[in-house]
Design a protein around this ligand. Sequence first.
Ligand code: HMG
Length: 458
Amino acid sequence: MMVARTVGIDDIATYVPRLYLDATDFAKERGIPPEKITKGIGIEKMSIPDAHEDAATMAAMAALKLMQKNDLQPKDIGFIHVATETGLDEAKPISCYVQGMLEQIYGNGSFEHIGAPETKFACVGATYAMIDRLAFINSGWNKGKHAIVIATDIAKYDLLSSGESTQGAAAVALLLKEDPRLMMYEPDSRGFGTRDDQDFFRPVGRTTAVVNGHYSVGCYLRDMRIAADAFRKNMLSSGIVSLSAGEGMIDHVDRIAFHSPFPKMVEMAFASFLIHDWRGLPRWKRIIEQTGPEPDRTGMSDIDFYVSEPYKQFRKKFTKTPEFTAEFEKKVKDSLEALKLIGNSYTASLWMCVESSFEVKTNDLAGKRFAVGSYGSGSSAIVCSFIVQPDYRQVVDSFSLMQDLSRRNKISVAEYEDLHEERLDPHQGIDAPRNEFVLDRLGETETDFGYRYYTFVK
Ligand code: HMG
């Protein structure tokens, strides 16, 4: 018999490379007006991995931080589950490389009892992994052991392409357990929205993504709307929320974080979310007095509509209304403070937004509903929610993302291009490694060709 348990996120640890590319330097070099990137897209800095870093070292750094700050031992952990779209091997999961790195600290074989899968679904992969692991814990099959879900990615597009201004890198580790201190998951809330689409992908062998940029924005908005409708339906049918006259679903959500490929995308997503939620409510009359009527969408597909000029203009006017501004500032804005200094980090991005939201805002959030909107190209969205727990402050006090972001080193555009094109040997990085896992070398013999050797540098 299933026993009802409280499961969720107990703690979060983040890792961001120490190097960054300044968006203004980058824009000047590319002949783009800097405001297009800093204001139009909303990115001020992009984090760039050094030559000795990759998705596995970033993941191991986040996991080690999570273990150390919670005084965890390998015996406490049942799963290390990695989500990434920066896979390093077609067969071996990054989770196993992470296990090997952690065992350099905790002892050879110390994690041999764990399960260690890797999940892939573009940027939404970590949210799928989190739901899987929480369901496992909820079933009791975990026998009291915790799970670590790690999202790790390097967002990379071709040099001189329009996607280049939306790059970045980061990893985040989530500690999942029963009776979590940070956020309790509401399992009945989750809504999915999935379509077989081709907005963004990376064929085997390529290091950069193939992207249809404006189309991908439309896919994001379409899938998020499908998932938000499912979320609404689930919240109402399970009785978690009942709406009084004149209320929208967003009135029952106190905080929301979205996947952020670039901060402006989140503003667009939240605006579409509110337009959809508020249409038909008494407050809508006040909105369209300011914006004019919503454009006609007869005969248009969702994507055609979302990327059409009349809808974009309507949404822009909506974002200027005091009603939108108040909701955005109260529920979303803080989640983007870190993201504008990181850029895209694919699977990690949403969870960096969650950490940013907690770290920046000082209001009392205990007992409040925290929703997330996760999107991955290809394409799928998940909207689900959590309840912030009474002792969450104890956890948030140990967050240090904003401090870590203030201690990075700026690199030149030439140095960035060397790293992007992988012209530097792992031992010839820009910043000498210290207190971190590094890629030491790649195997060269018949039996270890391409195998990745990692070591911890003190
Ligand atoms: P673009 O063509 O370079 O830019 O592409 P744009 O012309 O659309 O301009 C961007 C904004 O800057 C516009 O604002 C301009 O008006 C404004 P908007 O009209 O949209 O409000 N602008 C200026 N603002 C101030 N001063 C100026 C100025 N000039 C223009 N002088 C695009 C931008 C994001 C499409 C491109 O960078 C790209 O392709 N990026 C990669 C794809 C992407 O991030 N897609 C997002 C949705 S898909 C997703 O999130 C999944 C993903 O993370 C992958 C995964 O799931 O694994 C990507």
